[in-house]
Design a protein around this ligand. Sequence first.
Ligand code: 6GU
Length: 235
Amino acid sequence: MKIDVLTIFPEYFGSIFEFGIIRRAKLAGIVEIRVHDIREYAADKHRMVDDRPFGGGDGMVLKPEPLFAAIEALTGRKGREDRREGVKVVLLTPQGEPFKQASAVRLAAEASHLVLICGRYEGVDERVAEQLVDEEISIGDYVLSGGEPAASVVVDAIVRLLPGALGSETSAENDSFSDGLLDCPQYTRPAEFRGMKVPDVLLNGHHAEIEKWRRQKALEKTKKGPNGPNYGREW
Ligand code: 6GU
C-alpha cells in the first residue's frame, strides 16, 4: 500500500512512523508512507495555504488550489468522479464519519493508494470535500487542532492489518474489537509479584480451559469496560 499524507505541518510526523510494526512494514516493502507539505503545491509567490473565511468569522480556512494541485499530482486524478483503481482520498475532520476497527479493515482491503488530507479545525474549503474527497473521517468526539494526530492513528490502525505486517498471521484476528470483544487480560512472569498472583488456570497448561477462561474474561471486560459500567454496551 502507498500512503500519502498532506499536511501544513510535515515536521509533526518527524519519526512517528519509525517504530514497531509500522517501521517493520515499511522495511518489508508492505507500505510506503510519504509526508507532503501542502505549501509545496501552492503556486502563488507567497505560497499561501490558508485564507480568511468568506462571510467573516474566526480562524483560517485551507485554500482549495494547493489541495487540488497536490491530489492531481499524487493520484493523476481530476476530481473524485475520475475513478482510479484502489485510490482513496480521505479528509480528516471532526465532521467526518467515526473511525472504527471496521473502517480500518475496509480501507486496508480496498485501498492500494491512500491519500490522507489533514484538515485544520477551523476548516477546509468545502469544494475540497465535495470534489476531491472520497471519505471524511473523524477519530472521535473531541476537537483536535488539526487532522495530524488523527492521520497517525488511521495509518497505524490500517498498516498493522496489511498482510505480512504482523509477525503471526493470527495476531490481528485476536485483537480487541476484531470480534467485537476487548482482549482478555494477559500476564507474564513472574507468576507472583508483590503478592499478586497470576490466575492458576493460565499456569496449568490445559489449553481448552485456558481458551474458555480467556473468552469468559473478554466478555466480562467488554461488558464492564475499562472506564465505566456501560462500556461496550453496543455489543
Ligand atoms: Cl480527524 N480532526 C480534528 N481536527 N479533530 C478531530 C478529528 C479530526 N477527529 C476527532 N477530532
